[in-house]
Design a protein around this ligand. Structure first.
Ligand code: MD6
Ligand code: FE
Length: 208
């Protein structure tokens, strides 16, 4: 028998917060973004192995990783050298609705999952503003999200994230381990070319 971990304080899942037209509008805005800031495969700090998830960013700061520099935030697209496009207005509106934080996010990480892409168990801890929550918006195919506690190796539980769901990791859940075990390919037709897009909104620096 396995015992499911209790949901930590500060974990909030807004199922279906975005209805289908809102999902479509945001997906269209993301397509525009991808045309200006193409996705790339970041590489792991030590091994140099490419992540299976394709990424890009919007906002003043973008999350990036490569073998030489490790996990970090950068002001420019690593391949085009241009500043990141603005965060889509509809994504900003979601943050303002659910974050409970008095400042706007600085980063909107765009994760694109096709077919067998997944994301290993991790903590989001590259930000100075750990008092701000991380807000994520799921679009397209369903995904199996794994949520653990704040220490590696603790009990975890699996949750299905569907298109239009909004997840908040704040408070005690801000540093919870989490990842994507897999997506369910073909479960949605929202994303051109298929797959899943997750937008993760973060405050990176402490406002002063
Ligand atoms: C994903 N999400 O859903 C990956 N991080 O594709 C995350 O890594 C994540 O959903 C922090 C807060 C919410 C998240
Ligand atoms: Fe994360």
């Amino acid at each position: 028998m396995t015992v499911a971990a209790a949901l930590p304080e500060g974990f909030r899942l807004y199922s279906g917060l975005l209805d289908r037209p809102a999902q479509q509008g945001l997906a269209n805005a993301v397509q525009d973004l991808l045309a200006r800031a193409p996705v790339y495969h970041a590489t792991m700090p030590k091994s140099g192995r490419p992540m299976s998830v394709a990424m890009t960013n919007a906002g003043r700061l973008g999350w990036y990783s490569d073998r030489a520099g490790g996990y970090r935030y950068v002001e420019r697209h690593p391949q085009t050298g241009r500043p990141w496009p603005a965060i889509p207005a509809a994504a900003l509106a979601v943050w303002r609705q659910v974050a409970g934080y008095p400042h706007d996010p600085e980063c909107c990480l765009v994760n694109l999952y096709r077919d067998a892409a997944k994301m290993g168990l991790h903590q989001d801890r590259d930000e100075a503003a750990l008092d701000a929550p991380v807000v994520s918006i799921s679009l397209g195919d369903d995904a199996l999200f794994r949520l653990g506690g704040t220490s590696r190796g603790g009990a975890t539980r699996s949750l299905k994230l569907a298109s239009g769901d909004v997840l908040v990791l704040g408070g005690a859940a801000r540093l919870a381990y989490h990842g994507i075990d897999r997506i369910l390919p073909g479960s949605s037709r929202l994303i051109a070319g298929g797959g899943r897009i997750n937008l993760t909104l973060r405050r990176v620096t402490q406002p002063h």
